[in-house]
Design a protein around this ligand. Structure first.
Ligand code: MN
Length: 153
């Protein structure tokens, strides 16, 4: 894992975002950050292998079953980023306000190149979510609720 791409995109003399480093211990945090950049989106980040694996979700996490949302994988972020909120100045990469929309921890039931299943235990987001990488596409995933047990209604 590497943060080279994250570092290369930012000037840490000009942004308040953390520079960070790859961690050796492996935690299980997740965060969803509401990011009012050029276009509003939500950034989903999962701690894994000493970094935050990251996706930009243009319409946010689906809160009901049956809704599939595009999630575009972005560069790994440092674990410290899970605590970041505030303003990224206009003109800097990702300029706009970042607010923590939800955070907590998660368990990975499956983590493969083409598919991920996680259980979120956040303040707002709880339950089982599936992510499937779209065939032949490096960065585009579908994200949806996939709770194992369904009611009869
Ligand atoms: Mn973002």
């Amino acid at each position: 894992m590497s943060l080279e791409e994250y570092w290369a995109k930012r000037d840490f003399n000009r942004t308040l975002e953390p520079r960070g480093e790859v961690k050796t211990e492996d935690g299980k945090r997740f965060v969803v950050q509401e990011h009012h950049a050029r276009s509003l989106h939500w950034d989903l980040r999962l701690e894994r292998d000493g970094v935050l694996k990251s996706w930009a979700v243009p319409k946010g996490l689906p809160e009901v079953k049956g809704v599939r949302r595009l999630a575009v994988q972005t560069e790994d972020h440092p674990v410290e980023y899970a605590d970041f909120s505030g303003i990224i100045h206009q003109g800097e990469y990702g300029g706009g306000e970042v607010a923590i929309w939800d955070s907590g921890d998660y368990e990975a039931e499956k983590w493969r190149e083409d598919g991920i299943i996680v259980h979120f235990n956040g303040g707002r987001i709880k339950g089982r979510f599936c992510m499937i990488r779209l065939k032949g596409q490096r960065k585009n995933w579908l994200l949806f609720r996939c709770d194992r047990y369904e009611g009869k209604s």
